[in-house]
Ligand binder design. Sequence first.
Ligand code: NAP
Ligand code: ZN
Length: 337
Amino acid sequence: MQIHAYAAHQAKDKLAPWDYQKPDLKPNDVEVKISHCGICHSDIHLIDDDWKMSRFPLVPGHEVVGTVTQTGSAVTLLKSGDRVGIGWQSGSCGTCEWCLSGQDNMCSKAQPTCVGRHGGFADSIITSERFAFKLPDNLESENAAPLLCAGVTVFSPYRLYQVKEGMKVAVLGIGGLGHLAVQFANKLGFETTAISGSPDKATEAKDLGAHHFLLNSDPAELKSKANSFDFILTTVSASLDWMPYMNMLRPNGKLCFVGATGGNITVPTGLLLGRQKSICGSNIGGVKVMNEMLEFAAKHQVVAKTEVMPMNQVNDAIEKVRHNQARYRMVLETGDK
Ligand code: NAP
Ligand code: ZN
């Protein structure tokens, strides 16, 4: 049996239809017929081999929603017909301290969904049952797909770094990750500021729950907000001058990276000790926080704003992401429900 997919055959390639042999179902695996798959900027980094870890042919796609069609002999958590989501991670050892505490994303054997195996720009996928998450009924599939990577990636650091109700939080970069980060921040009770380089996002950022909007293309505006935030979550996919953002932190404030800029950051150590500011990062989220995030999104109606396109138009959809034209997440649909 073949899986019908879209693959890049070398770095920076356009994707082309490509079939591969369906892998055997291991005892703990499930087969999922895909209905939707979001396009995360990490898919673009993988296609371009920005991180020097891509393996070709590469089938991107790690914001997968679909229906379980087959279960391995030892599967207990899922059954055929269940609607599930699959994110960046598709495996881990299952026995280390990190896996046992639900922080599987920190496992040294963590297996990404589309590196060394094939992802969700396809009609089906096989993954371990531990990384196929049952979706709450009141989340539509097209809106749920972006939660599987973007959603958990921005919700997790609020928990990891114990950001509390009433704190002043800024989200930098209002794209796929950022527009969900603003919604979660508002619903978690933070005083929320959206920082963007796109003036046309101001109104929508407020609709998403931002109490304030700042344009980062205006250095004076950034300077005027010195000493303003307890937590700045940066989702941008490019390197910036980070000093204005360090200056925008209040004492004990944190500049938290989830955007994979690939660049370095240099700051005076005096800032770290004098005002006790820190720089930190966050990597997707483990199984525990993924389930908490899905429940929270369903309860508080955190809904991804999506533009849905048929999967055979994947290259057009990718171009929109490359040019920051997605509002706010491109989602591919296969036509299978
Ligand atoms: P996206 O939808 O393309 O959004 C990124 C946003 O960053 C853009 O909408 C834009 O926001 C801003 N931006 C883009 N280029 C910029 C530039 N040159 N200078 C300043 N701002 C710029 O991307 P995404 O899917 O949200 O992913 C964002 C980053 O997170 C990527 O690097 C991705 O690989 C990474 N990521 C990390 C994790 C993790 O586990 N840590 C998980 C998923 C994704 P404005 O228009 O508002 O300025
Ligand atoms: Zn992603």
